[in-house]
Design a binder for this molecule. Structure first.
Ligand SMILES: Nc1nc2c(ncn2[C@@H]2O[C@H](COP(=O)(O)OP(=O)(O)OP(=O)(O)O)[C@@H](O)[C@H]2O)c(=O)[nH]1
Ligand SMILES: [Mg+2]
Length: 215
C-alpha cells in the first residue's frame, strides 16, 4: 500500500479522537469573517463534487455534519468544524464548476484561494482528486498557488470504491509521479473512499500528527 503505516495503537487513538464531539463552528462568506487562527487546522480543497464534504463526514463518522450533495457547488463558504476544541477541519468551496453565474462562482472560489494562501494555523491542505480521473489541468492552478505560497499540501484520491484496485494503484503511481517536482507537495498520495471507509483510519491518524494532537 502507498499510505504511510501507522501502528494499531496510533490508529485506535485517532479513531477515539475523531469519535469525540465535533461541532460546526461557522461558515465564512468573506475573508474578513474567518475565526481567529488559534487552533491547528487542516483544509479540504478540490474540484466541485470531488467529495470534500463527504470526506469530512467520513472522518468524524457522521452523515450530515458537512452538507454533501450531488449538486456541484454545494459548499459556498469556508466552513469550520471543531473537533473537541483541539483541531479544526475546514471544508472549502469547490473549483472548476462551470454552471451558475460566473461572478457568484468566482466569489466563492477566490475565497477558498485567499483562505489557503494566508492562514497561519493551516497545518496542511488536502487537495482532493477523483480517483476515476486523476490529476487534470484544472488542478494545476491550486497546486501552483500552494507551491508558491509554500503551503504544505497532499493529494487525496476520492471515490476509490468506483474503480478496481489495480486501476487505483495506477492512478496513485501516476499522481505521485506528476507531483514529484512540486516543492510543497507531500510525496505520498492517499487513496480514500468515504463510502467504504478505505484510507479513513490512516487519514485520521495523519491529521492528528500534522496538527500535533495527542490523546
Ligand atoms: N461512491 C462514492 N461517492 C462519493 C464518495 N464521496 C463522495 N461521493 C458522492 O459525491 C457527491 C459529491 O460529494 P460532496 O461531498 O458533496 O462533494 P464536494 O466536494 O463537497 O462538492 P462541493 O461542495 O460542490 O464543492 C455526493 O453525491 C457524494 O455522495 C465516495 O467515496 N464514494
Ligand atoms: Mg462540499
Amino acid at each position: 500500500m502507498t499510505e504511510p503505516l501507522y501502528s494499531e495503537d496510533v490508529l485506535e487513538a485517532a479513531r477515539i479522537q475523531f469519535a469525540r464531539p465535533v461541532r460546526f463552528l461557522m461558515g465564512a462568506a468573506q475573508i474578513e469573517q474567518l475565526p481567529p487562527d488559534d487552533l491547528p487546522e487542516v483544509a479540504f480543497a478540490g474540484r466541485s463534487n470531488v467529495g470534500k464534504s463527504s470526506l469530512i463526514n467520513a472522518l468524524v463518522g457522521q452523515n450530515h455534519l458537512a452538507r454533501a450533495s450531488n449538486e456541484p457547488g454545494r459548499t459556498r463558504e469556508v466552513n469550520f468544524f471543531v473537533l473537541e476544541e483541539k483541531l479544526r477541519l475546514v471544508d472549502l468551496p469547490g473549483y472548476g464548476w462551470a454552471r451558475a453565474s460566473k461572478t457568484t462562482v468566482k466569489k466563492f472560489q477566490n475565497l477558498g484561494r485567499d483562505y489557503l494562501r494566508g492562514r497561519p494555523s493551516l497545518k496542511r491542505a488536502y487537495l482532493l482528486i477523483d480517483a476515476r480521473h486523476g490529476l487534470k489541468s484544472v488542478d494545476n492552478e491550486p497546486m501552483d498557488a500552494l507551491d508558491l505560497a509554500a503551503v504544505s499540501y497532499q493529494i487525496i484520491l476520492t471515490k476509490a470504491d468506483k474503480i478496481k484496485p489495480a486501476e487505483l494503484e495506477k492512478v496513485v503511481a501516476a499522481s505521485q509521479n506528476a507531483i514529484k517536482k512540486r516543492p510543497a507537495a507531500h510525496p505520498l498520495v492517499i487513496a480514500t473512499s468515504s463510502e467504504k471507509g478505505l484510507g479513513i483510519p490512516e487519514l485520521r491518524a495523519e491529521i492528528m500528527q500534522v496538527c500535533g494532537v495527542t490523546l
